[in-house]
Design a protein around this ligand. Sequence first.
Ligand code: PRX
Length: 577
Amino acid sequence: MKEEIYSKNTAKSVAPANLENYEKAASSFTWKQARSYVDWFNGGKINAAYNAVDRHTQTWRKNKVALYWEDEAGNDKKFTFEELSLLSNKVANILKDFGVERGDRVFLFLPRIPELYFSFLGILKIGAIAGTLFSAFQEQALADRLENSGAKVLITTKELKPRVDAIRKKLPDLVHVLVVDDEYFTKSLERASDTLRIAHMDPDDYAFMLYTSGTTGKPKGVVHSHRAILQEHMTAYWVLDLRDDDTYWCTADPGWVTGIAYEILGSWSNGVAAIVYAGRFNPDRWYKLLDKYNVTVWYTAPTAIRMLMAPGNELVKKHNLSHLRHLCSVGEPLNPEAIKWGIKVFGLAFHDTWWQTETGAICIANYPCMDIKIGSMGKPIPGLTAAIVDDEGHVVGTNQEGNIALKPKWPSLMRTIWRRPIKYKSYFMNGWYITGDRGMVDKDGYFWFIGRADDVIKTSGERVGPFEVESALVEHPSVVEAGVIGKPDPMRGEIIKAFVVLEASQKSKVKSQKFADALKEELAMYVKKHLAGHAYPREIEFIDKLPKTRSGKIMRRILKAKEMGLPVGDTSTLEEF
Ligand code: PRX
């Protein structure tokens, strides 16, 4: 392995990092010590939302700006910690009036508008369980999630509501749909009381849930507890290195776990001022935001970094980004070119962080106080043991490939898979939590990512299950069967590629290139319209037959190997191909 090191001493000198000595903390830290970083109610009770926002209103941070918000049109707003506290109290009181109780599921189907943030907090404050739905979701994706969660209330906008209306019949548990930009809600918000007795929760009580994809079956509801705030707080402190004088920008959407853990809970719990941009990606606009708000700490994703690299370095130079002091990345492999580009144009290395929806917070990371081995994900956070294990759950030697595994429990480990306890159990083997990622660890304890152990696709950093895309495709009348894979892509990490078996009458028609192209376009749009804007196949290939096992399971591994011109490997269980 050729190692390239980015020395910690190359970084801009600021006050010592929050985590000054990784090795010392890794050998001595216990989660008991983290207890003093968050606030508790009597009797060992806690509330994650209280820790994120309300506790600061008891301090000098009361009038500190917590949220700088801006949309694509350039409208902007700002909210202090006190304002977020009062607004979330109001939403909490509205929900109480609608009969929402502890443990009820309240889902948010919202773009990144301020209501998303204070509603999320309001839900947690009354002990209900918040669920977030990415605003690109279409009917099928919404129906799967709302049906399984049994959501009682949904909060959305006028623009998104028709998608919910279309599936409402399938949702007997959904009693109320609140529309934040209609008159009823705006009036209710005005009138609602802003005082609230915040629910004192047991640390293991559920706080929020997020649907995520595996290889097979419908998306699963990963449930997190209030206790997770301990790890969200500590990792935002150690890894993102957040301080009171920072302006912090996490570019994730709260429809995904990063947006919850590091745009709402862990970051605000550290009292940092955060910016939220509710607009589409655009390199020039992103630089303008970094410049305008004097962003100091920036947490983004490799696809975004690669898309910033694409237009060349002239664009960056037009902006004053000298206040940036710490850069982090998450969600997909951070390629060395991206790190080197960061060093060149910002004078700073992106620090890779590794975690999953299920782990609830950062688990493996590069720290400001530690040299980066470029291409490595870094080392496990203090208080967590990670290892590489074989398929029986036995630890393997250094530089050996195996499954990335974590030793349970850690505070932000998911508490269950909603209504699927057996699925939850299947994550654990021989005393380890098996992540589904393959990797290795070197002699210095640095972890290296190799790939997924299953067929889960990562496209532009977003996790997509092939089964969901296949199911959407076969709903189309021209499609008999479909097999879906992630195809490596230099910009997006992977793109979704679908192999489609057409219905007999269509097969001869696609001999015409024009017809074939039109049908491919139609199928891609069909998935976009029914499942989600981000989960459609960018490439489609018509194929006569899918490779399957004798029991009828599609062998995506073989489709992928063929696509990449690699040997197809063991085909002994294959039906015929
Ligand atoms: O395969 C790993 C990849 O993203 C998966 C988790 O996706 P999700 O649950 O959507 O959470 C993403 C944000 C926390 C992992 O199993 N992944 C995440 N971070 C990295 C990564 N792959 C390589 N390097 C990373 N730093």
